[in-house]
Ligand binder design. Structure first.
Ligand code: CDP
Ligand code: CDP
Length: 205
């Protein structure tokens, strides 16, 4: 059986948290597609051309523990504007989405470009202030030295670049279900996501 759950939305909306929990709940495989762009972005910080990095991205690039910094996030959103970079990453994402046993992918363009045929599409969002506060707490808990103002500025700048780019801009698919988590805790947001997936799952027996 193939069954694809596409979870898109802006930075720190809760896509990853919901995707991981949904994957564990249903036994689906999970791909955080932001990691692909972060890995390419990190290689450009070392001087490599983005197109080359995207074409020969390796598993080791995705396993590095330094991908979740604000600096790498900014580099990711810059390489994500380049059509050749996005094109080089399409086949891997599509194959992952259609793997047997079900898959959940989270990113910006999963429901619109990577998997327009996904059985479930969620667009998870929250106000920029709420998202920045969540990301600030996450980064400082990991020991990264930053300020609330810097995190809010990063979130706003990436949101604008992601939404305004010509290739695969961040936007809800026409048939996506919107989930605004501004005033939801994680269990509440997760329950809403699970309910939507169950509604779309093939009836058993
Ligand atoms: O994947 P994405 O960037 O959309 O967000 P995330 O990494 O899943 O969530 C960012 C942070 O917000 C994490 O520390 C989550 O624990 C937290 N979060 C939250 O406090 N409330 C939610 N409803 C969802 C996420
Ligand atoms: O966790 P957070 O939402 O902050 O970032 P991420 O999902 O790891 O994505 C980092 C950057 O990669 C985003 O700001 C986008 O520019 C880009 N991205 C994209 O263009 N398309 C995707 N499917 C996933 C990420």
């Amino acid at each position: 059986m193939t069954f694809t759950v596409a979870i898109d939305g802006p930075a720190a909306a809760g896509k990853g948290t919901i995707s991981k929990a949904v994957a564990a709940h249903f036994g689906f495989a999970h791909l955080d597609t932001g990691l692909l762009y972060r890995a390419v972005g990190r290689r450009t910080l070392e001087g490599e051309a983005a197109e080359t990095a995207a074409r020969d991205l390796r598993t080791e690039d995705l396993e590095r523990d330094d991908l979740r910094t604000a600096q790498v996030a900014q580099a990711a959103s810059k390489v994500a504007v380049i059509a050749e970079v996005r094109a080089a990453l399409v086949d891997f994402q599509r194959a992952f989405a259609r793997r047997a046993g079900g898959a959940v992918l989270d990113g910006r363009d999963i429901g619109t470009v990577i998997c327009p045929e996904a059985e479930v599409k969620l667009f998870v969002t929250a106000s920029a202030e709420v998202r920045a506060e969540r990301r600030y707490l996450e980064l400082t808990a990991k020991g990264q030295d930053t300020t609330r103002a810097a995190v809010l500025a990063d979130v706003r700048e990436r949101d604008a670049r992601d939404a305004d780019r010509a290739t695969a801009p961040m936007k809800p698919a026409e048939d996506a279900v919107l989930l605004d988590t501004s005033t939801m805790d994680i269990p509440t947001a997760l329950a809403a996501a699970i309910a939507e997936i169950e509604r779309k799952m093939p009836a058993k027996g």
